[in-house]
Design a protein around this ligand. Structure first.
Ligand code: SAH
Length: 356
């Protein structure tokens, strides 16, 4: 079974060399092999490697643990939504966004999600499994190949899944992808978005990586947060904010608070004032997100005028705030929407796999 095979994209260059040598092959073959892997290339395209060597490698290892199953390009803004199929048939999404400052890849960290946020399509079927570092890296290589001739310069872990619920693989991935031997995308160009797991935020602060922490807050108080985010029953906003303060102190990086404005739930101006008082004196930025309507959930985006008033209120209270531009609305831009759509169609392979 392919699951038992080594995922070469998950190995560091040094580990790949050790492994290739263990096959009785010279170390320089590992360098050649690795050079192809990071280009998003499969065994069949590795032209400068001898067939016998590739056959031996392919018996034990996967080159690319993912492939692109669907690609949707937005006519509005060039945003590309990708549906990847993993070696075991599960599917996950990724999005390529083109900005003036470069290309950003939005990447998933789990198949589905266990967090159960009321507004999020990724969690509709729960978590099926964690992604491995090799799968995450592999998807970056495939996306980078597609994005050419420009290169992916930024990564946001804002696809499906809760990255801090898959801590070891995600941190291994972050180390891997920042290596000059891979895509050389430094932690400062990577944002990790979390629903807020205080202990894991503290652990990440200790890693010595300069990743931007994005915290999905979405509410000014525990009462509202508990209505839309089950995780709020386990961790109070105070605990989450304390962990964020620790992160800021350790890394010197400001934290970004994400706040999706949901009509009639969290978008009143008193909520903006309550939020401002909680965030006062914190080195932070608030990103207001117009909710992407998810049909399966009965929650609507706040009217544009209300978003503007919310923004104004926070700004007047000296909270640095912007409204996130919506990209790719015509191609199921929101978290989990493309996969949710796919699951409704006859191709249902990714429902069959069991979570480990
Ligand atoms: N689990 C992580 C990362 C994935 S979600 C987290 O909770 O942060 C990435 C961001 O998209 C989060 O801020 C999430 O709350 C937001 N999001 C999810 N569904 C959305 C929707 N329908 N509209 C707008 N934002 C949404």
């Amino acid at each position: 079974m392919s699951e038992q095979k080594i995922q070469l994209t998950g190995l560091t260059p040094d580990a790949a060399t050790v492994w290739v040598k263990s096959l009785g092959e010279p170390g320089f073959r590992a360098k050649q092999l690795y050079g192809w892997l990071v280009k998003g290339v499969g065994f069949d395209e590795m032209k400068n490697l001898p067939g016998a060597f590739l056959t031996k490698v392919a018996e034990q290892a996967l080159a690319q643990p993912a492939a692109i199953l669907e690609r949707h390009v937005s006519k509005q803004d060039g945003t590309e939504k990708l549906l990847f199929v993993l070696h075991d048939g599960h599917t996950v999404e990724g999005v390529i966004m083109r900005y003036h400052h470069g290309i950003t890849l939005c990447l998933s960290t789990q198949v589905g999600c266990a967090m159960g946020c009321a507004f999020c399509a990724s969690t509709l079927q729960g978590k099926l499994r964690d992604l491995t570092a090799g799968e995450m890296a592999g998807m970056c290589y495939l996306a980078n190949r597609l994005a050419g001739p420009d290169r992916i310069s930024n990564i946001v872990l804002m696809g499906s899944g809760e990255p801090l619920d898959n801590y070891d693989q995600v941190t291994a991935f972050l180390r891997l992808i920042s290596s000059p031997d891979t895509l050389n995308i430094g932690a400062r160009h990577i944002s990790l978005s979390t629903c807020g797991l205080p202990q894991k935020i503290r652990a990440l602060a200790e890693e010595g990586m300069q990743v931007t922490l994005s915290l999905s807050l979405h509410a000014p108080n525990d009462e509202i947060r508990k209505q839309i985010m089950p995780i709020a029953r386990a961790h109070s906003i105070d605990d989450v904010l304390q962990a964020c303060r620790y992160y800021i102190e350790k890394t010197g990086r400001r934290v970004v608070f994400e706040y999706a404005l949901i009509d009639g739930i969290n978008d009143k101006l008193e909520h903006a004032r309550e939020l401002a008082s909680r965030l006062r004196r914190m080195q932070c930025h608030v990103n207001l997100i117009p909710l992407n309507d998810v049909k399966e959930r009965n929650l609507r985006a706040s009217p544009r005028a209300q978003v503007e008033r919310f923004l104004e209120t926070l700004t007047q209270l000296n909270i640095s705030t912007t409204v996130r531009r919506q990209l790719g609305n015509d191609i199921f831009g929101a978290c989990g929407q493309l996969r949710a759509q796919r699951l409704k169609t006859p191709y249902q392979d990714d429902k069959q796999g069991d979570a480990p």
